[in-house]
Design a binder for this molecule. Sequence first.
Ligand code: ZN
Length: 344
Amino acid sequence: MSQRTTRGVLERLANGVVVGGEGYVFELERRGYIKAGPYVPEVVLDFPNAVKELHREYLRAGCEVMVALTYYAHREKLKDVGRENDLEKMNRQAVRLANEVAREGDALVAGNICNTWAYDPDNAKETAKVVRAQYEEQLAWAVEEGIDFVIAETNDYLGEALIGLEVIKELKLPAMITLATVQPTQTRDGYDYVEACKILADHGADIVGLNCDRGPATMLPLIEQIRKSVSCYVAAQPVPYRTTEQASTFEALEFNGQRSFPIGLEPFLLTRFEMADFARRAQALGVNYIGICCGGAPHYVRAMAEALGRTVPASKYSPAMELHPMLGTQVDEKDQQFLSDWKD
Ligand SMILES: [Zn+2]
């Protein structure tokens, strides 16, 4: 097991906001390394340098956590693409790649488990065994390769999230458990999202919150309620898309009468200024772990980190519009106006 020397996630959270950043699967799909549809991270074995480069870009952008790309690297999903024999190799390699890049800076490594599609609340006893076995094997490999904490994310069911939490606690690691919010107000097993977070906190989760599905506009109101109802740390990792009251998740967005999810979402992309504004608002609400999910990319993370008052390695190349040959100093006022519009 590789021992890490950097401060742990709980220590960092006690001192202030931790900047996270995900969306590896969407970004590597855009770059041609992951197949949309199955979304299995074969890239970890087939193009490890592509994964490392994206980790590095996030690190330079101010992301403090390298999340091992094991999303969907579990038995059920790998069967879909005929690679179940690569399961252990893929999981171990993903954690190794995250570690290699984390050491280039001062970043943490998070093991990652997610919704399995194997859990069925109507057959909870039997399916819980399958889910538990998947989490146990994934996290055993991750612990051997070296992780600082675990993010169990995109949980559709509170029941499944609780299994993840139990397995993480048995490993005596800090647990960050975040829910998917595909449905309007409740998990798929019928728990109000706020109540579900409270239950997770009561069961010992160190960090609870939401990831994926919602853009800042529709995630922040829920996060505000969650913040008020728990005393543990809270995480918010929205998608950078323009969700609305009518289409509160990115699965619901339509462009020209066509469903946009998951590979036609570009018309709804938020600007970096809007994601910076999200980071400021989240911080003002008392959110402790601020990140981004599917659709995320390094320029967003840099804008968010800078909005939180940080100078990060990639800040060296942050915009300097006063030096633009065409726009020059004229852009300053407009930029300022644009920024302040989004702050209101
Ligand atoms: Zn996502």
